[in-house]
Design a protein around this ligand. Structure first.
Ligand code: HEC
Ligand code: HEC
Length: 383
């Protein structure tokens, strides 16, 4: 594919003028905003958006007593100062896991969770690490006991749910996860230089648009022409679905991570999926996606399309296979379509970028991140 070189725009020291953008490209850019987008409340979670549940959720997120040995919390792997990931290629629980800890930025906008989509709600996904023997290795009785017996948590629960922590252990485990979900939905990544450019371009503010570095503008053009948005679509730069871009998926000799194919089997077998009794949405509408999703052989080797906002400094991909953004761009530049695992129609083909084009694409990708505002400790559970 001919990625049009963007003309003689590399001259330094001259006041920048933005590149010329065709109407089609302006439309393509517009689709990646506005930021932040409005957040719709999760109907499957009766405490979604509740300020008291958000406070309880943040306390639980940092609570090591949820784990079997009292040593691991959600925040052990999802570290705020590391864009809610851990900077490791593969997560470290009680032993090393097969996948990387994903960022939790903007997770409230997702509809499938985990690299394989084994979760169909933010709260169901929050139960997984609590029970996984390689992670927090806990159980419903321990979590329920903590909510009933710890005075501060019991009080926080009552404020969030409007009743004392009662009912069975499993129900209380789900409620803890729903508070965790309410908290995580508040993690919205900051506005970025790209957002300022997009808005300036749409409003015709040439001066503001010209502040966006030319290298990033050229990289953005490549991003559009290479059709990266076929998967990295919309304001979050992800369509929320699954794809195969040819990342090796052997976990150890002779064993593969089948990705979405296994994720769909796990989803169907989960007590906590949206078709189950813990879905608070009586209309049933929120369960339609789960009800109708089909498990196809082409799901083999597919992983969730990650958001490109606030990706942090790497490593990248579901198993941390690529260390830097430069490596990611090199991968897309040289990808061998015969290596794709999925038998779906390939959407990626080698871009054969020049060194300058690669640097420009990296420069653009970096403008999808910005310094997040400092975080403060959550308010007390029961002031
Ligand atoms: C040992 C490290 C570790 C701990 C502890 C941990 N996580 Fe994770 N988290 C991961 C990994 C790895 C994944 C990817 C899982 C997968 O794809 O199967 C993940 C995925 C997620 C996702 C899905 C994100 C997405 O983009 O789809 C959410 C939400 C999440 N974790 C929340 C939590 C919560 C809440 C806790 C505490 C109850 C927690 N995690 C504890 C490592 C961890
Ligand atoms: C077929 C859909 C698809 C297309 C087209 C596509 N991607 Fe991706 N992208 C993915 C998937 C799926 C992953 C994760 C793959 C994995 O973990 O195995 C990913 C991962 C990434 C990552 C790493 C993010 C992270 O947090 O790990 C970056 C950066 C990226 N893509 C940029 C691009 C760029 C730039 C283009 C265009 C040249 C592009 N992608 C085209 C589906 C796609």
């Amino acid at each position: 594919m001919a990625l049009a070189a963007s003309g003689a725009l590399t001259a330094p020291a001259i006041a920048q003028t933005p590149l010329q953008w065709s109407d089609d490209k302006v439309k393509a850019i517009a689709r990646h905003g506005p930021w932040p987008p409005p957040l719709s409340r999760d109907p499957s979670n009766r405490v979604a958006g509740s300020p008291n549940a958000i406070v309880l959720g943040e306390h639980l997120f940092n609570e090591p007593r949820l784990s079997a040995d009292g040593a691991m919390s959600c925040a052990t792997c999802h570290i705020a100062a590391r864009d809610w990931g851990d900077g490791r290629a593969k997560a470290m629980g009680r032993s090393e896991l097969d996948r990387r800890t994903p960022s939790l930025w903007n997770v409230g906008h997702a509809h499938w969770f985990g690299w394989d989509g084994a979760g169909d709600s933010l709260w169901a996904q929050s139960i997984r690490p609590i029970l996984d023997p390689r992670e927090m290795a806990s159980d419903a009785a321990r979590v329920a006991g903590l909510l009933r017996e710890d005075k501060a948590l019991a009080c926080g629960y009552e404020r969030a749910f409007g009743e004392k922590p009662g009912g069975g252990d499993e129900k209380l485990l789900v409620d803890a996860a729903k508070a965790l979900a309410a908290f995580q939905a508040t993690l919205i990544s900051p506005r970025t230089p790209f957002d300022a450019f997009r808005d300036a371009l749409l409003s015709g503010d040439r001066e503001a648009a010209a502040r966006y570095p030319l290298a990033a503008q050229r990289g953005l053009k490549i991003f559009i022409e290479a059709n990266c948005a076929a998967c990295h679509f919309g304001p979050r730069f992800t369509n929320g679905e699954f794809g195969d871009v040819g990342i090796p998926f052997f976990t150890r000799p002779g064993e593969v991570d089948a990705g979405r194919l296994d994720g769909l089997a796990k989803l169907a077998n989960s007590t906590f999926n949206l078709l189950g009794r813990y879905n608070d949405d009586v209309s049933g509408a929120s369960a339609l996606r789960t009800k109708h999703v089909q498990r196809l052989h082409s799901n083999f080797g597919e992983f969730r399309v990650p958001s490109l906002r606030q990706t942090g400094s790497g490593p990248f991909m579901h198993n941390g296979h690529l260390a830097t953004l430069e490596d990611v761009v090199k991968h897309y530049s040289e990808v061998n379509p015969d290596r794709l695992h999925s038998d779906a129609i390939p959407l990626v083909r080698p871009l054969a970028l020049s060194a300058e084009q690669s640097a420009d694409l990296v420069a653009f990708l970096r403008t999808l991140s910005a310094e997040p505002p400092p975080r403060h400790a959550p308010p007390p559970l029961c002031p």
